[in-house]
Design a protein around this ligand. Structure first.
Ligand SMILES: C[S@@+](CC[C@H](N)C(=O)[O-])C[C@H]1O[C@@H](n2cnc3c(N)ncnc32)[C@H](O)[C@@H]1O
Length: 325
């Protein structure tokens, strides 16, 4: 899968709440023997360019990707101020940075896997090679989802289908403090990572993880779900075959939506729509296959939500439209 939403994926933006982050722009020539963090950053940028390091997983530009890598490798906060660039690395730190840069640029290992974390909506999530790196458009939509329901409707039951690291289920639980959230995934590996995140966010009382094909084995709550969201695999298989190495490092089943990209989306529509409350809504992130969705599911009256970068790739289906279909 190509980068989904580059404009939203800078280290600074994905760590929402930190504004522009450190974003130091003292661009100088890379030092032959880098000593300070700023010099290591320049060195990293040269190597990112020389090896065509792919971007779009944690940042849309090499500067933010490399800065995130360096800061977090050294255990420094994302909102460090510019003076951090003058920090001189110890010999042990320099060795660690060199090894990580080798893996990042020559072996094309994604930054998030090297530092073991990703940031979304101001929250930290554990990630490793068992899950796709969180970068969903839902991060900008979740704060506004209540506006899609009738006024004053409490969100009691929500679900996140294809949860991966659990990031969206947890953002839902943070947003809707009284909601119970069901999160599903078919991958036991992904669910193991999601369990780490549920524990770290202390939300085990409200976020339940289910191993199931889409939604099949999850009992519906009484009255149905107010909200169901999903960022499913939606890339046509042939696209997945041609991904850049950084994206191939992510689990294939997180990307591969079958021959036309719709295999999982069809199942979601079949299994989720009937589980909505009468006022409920289902939202699915679909990448670049909007036209195909409009054509294939015209009878379900898809609506498209605005996203900040104008891709508007999150589709909304209402319980009311299925009832009348
Ligand atoms: C694009 S990832 C999204 C992960 C997470 N929601 C996020 O936004 O970072 C899609 C997820 O769907 C899961 N998946 C693939 N096929 C599935 C199926 N048939 N049923 C449930 N989950 C599935 C994958 O394991 C992967 O974790």
């Amino acid at each position: 899968m190509p980068p989904r939403k580059p404009a939203k994926k800078t280290a600074a933006r994905s760590s929402a709440g930190h504004g522009a982050g450190p974003a130091p722009r003292k661009t100088s020539q890379p030092a032959a023997n880098p000593r300070t963090l700023g010099q290591w950053l320049e060195h990293a940028l040269e190597r990112y360019a020389a090896h065509n390091a792919a971007l779009g997983q944690v940042a849309d530009n090499a500067h933010d990707d490399a800065l995130l890598l360096l800061l977090r490798l050294l255990g420094l906060p994302l909102d460090s101020d510019e003076s951090v660039l003058d920090r001189v690395l110890t010999a042990a730190e320099a060795k660690r940075v060199l090894a990580a840069l080798h893996r990042r640029v020559e072996q094309h290992v994604p930054t998030a896997y090297l530092i073991g974390e990703a940031w979304l909506g101001g929250h930290r999530f554990h990630v490793d090679e068992r899950v796709i790196i969180p970068r969903s458009y839902f991060v900008e939509l979740i704060p506004h989802l209540a506006d899609l329901l009738p006024p004053s409707t409490p969100v009691r039951h929500a679900a996140d289908i294809c949860t991966g690291s659990g990031c969206l289920a947890l953002l839902l639980a943070h947003q809707f403090k009284k909601a119970k959230v069901d999160a599903t995934d078919l991958s036991p590996d992904a669910l193991d990572v999601a369990a780490i995140n549920v524990r770290e966010h202390r939300l085990a009382a409200r976020v339940a993880l289910h191993r199931t094909d889409v939604f099949a084995d999850v009992p519906s709550p009484e009255g149905g779900y107010d909200l169901i969201i999903s960022n499913p695999p939606y890339e046509p298989s042939a696209h997945v075959d041609n991904q850049l190495p950084e994206f191939k490092a992510e689990p294939r089943m997180a990307h591969d939506g079958g021959p036309d990209g719709l295999v999982i989306i069809r199942k979601i529509l079949a299994q989720a729509l009937p589980r909505l409350a009468p006022h409920g809504v289902l939202l699915i992130e679909v990448g670049g296959i909007q036209k195909l969705i409009n054509r294939t599911f015209a009878h379900l009256d898809p609506e498209w939500l605005d996203t900040e970068d104008g891709t508007n790739c999150v589709c909304l289906f209402r319980a009311t439209s299925i009832a009348s279909a």
